[in-house]
Design a binder for this molecule. Structure first.
Ligand code: ATP
Length: 322
């Protein structure tokens, strides 16, 4: 392989830039040319790419988002289109691809290498941390800290007005962000898709709080879940039980911002390792970090295995609150 390409796909996450920088510099230092593909698979299928020099990744280690832009591309679900994409890379003399993205992006990466034989290595780039094969995904730690900063502020109002606030965090079908944010912000309750939520238990706990003279303020962290509007539905249900909850949907602020030190180090380690694996002849794998060690997991496992939530975290939040 004399040249490789790198791209970011799906939702952007803080740390994608240090990952791009690491891939680029690690490859250039081995004499391998690097191409950056713009706008994920949307750019790949139309050959929107340009060669990256070392200076192109200067001063990006601290920046959120992705200098390569990101996108969602329905057309890439078509095998004919994937085949054309591989041809475009071959025309540019590109012998390997590094895809930084979430589980959807990594599914596309798996199909691309399976169908065309193009060597592809994935990196876990998503704030959701729902990817099997790595303790943390790139961007998760920053999103956690961004959500915490916001919730600490919301708590000031919750306490001053003796109100309950339902705070919705991202995470799609998984409660990884919610469970960690919930423990870290001292939430009174955490609602995640993986565990049945008992409204009665929440109302009971609020009533107890009042009976003990602790006021009725509190933060309930809600994972957005698969169906939009969950947090407002919960707020309506609480109102029927006599509560007057506030609702705050944190939304896209969780995806932006300067990557934390943890995310920068993780992204830097994984980016360089992805180049090493690709040059050693590996394909159809995702490079992650488990117990502080770099690991390679087949992309098929990433697609088929769900990363389990630590249910103890959800219980811990309630235990510490009592
Ligand atoms: P995040 O979880 O942060 O949103 P993601 O990578 O999971 O990131 P998706 O929107 O699920 O985000 O996927 C990104 C892109 O990956 C899709 O727009 C599509 O181009 C490609 N992709 C997803 N699923 C498939 C699939 N089954 N086959 C081929 N390509 C896919």
């Amino acid at each position: 392989i004399n040249a490789i390409a790198v791209m970011t796909s799906g939702g952007d996450s803080p740390g994608m830039n240090p990952a791009i920088r690491s891939v680029t510099r690690a490859a250039l230092n081995q004499g391998i040319r690097v191409f950056g593909i713009n706008r994920g698979y949307s750019g790949l299928i139309i050959g929107d790419l340009s060669e990256l020099k070392s200076s192109d990744v200067t001063n990006i280690v601290q920046r959120g988002g992705t200098i390569l832009k990101s996108d969602r591309c329905e057309a890439f679900k078509d095998p004919v289109v994937r085949n054309q994409a591989a041809e475009i890379l071959k025309e540019h003399g590109i012998g390997g691809l590094i895809v930084i993205g979430g589980d959807g992006s990594l599914t596309g990466a798996h199909l691309l290498t399976q169908e065309t034989g193009l060597p592809v290595v994935g990196l876990p780039g998503t704030i959701d941390n729902d990817i099997y094969g790595t303790d943390d995904s790139i961007g998760f730690d920053t999103a956690l800290n961004t959500a915490l900063e916001a919730i600490d502020k919301i708590r000031d109002t919750a306490v001053s007005h003796e109100r309950i606030f339902l705070v919705e965090v991202m995470g799609r079908n998984s409660g990884h962000i919610a469970s960690q944010v919930g423990v870290a912000c001292g939430a009174e309750m955490i609602v995640v898709p993986e565990i049945d939520f008992k409204l009665d238990a929440l109302c009971f706990s609020l009533a107890n709080q009042r009976a003990e003279g602790r006021g009725s303020s509190g933060i309930i962290v809600v994972a957005e879940g698969p169906k939009p509007g969950l947090t407002y539905r919960l707020a309506n249900q609480l109102e029927t039980h006599g509560e007057k909850p506030g609702v705050c949907i944190l939304g896209h602020i969780q995806r932006g911002g300067r990557p934390t030190g943890h995310d920068r180090v993780l992204a830097s380690c994984l980016g360089a390792a992805a180049v090493t694996y690709l040059m050693a002849g590996f394909t159809d794998i995702m490079v992650g970090m488990i117990n502080s060690k770099i690991t390679a997991t087949p992309l098929l496992d990433i697609m088929e295995k769900k990363k389990p939530l630590n249910p103890q975290l959800v219980e811990l939040a309630q235990l510490l609150h009592k």
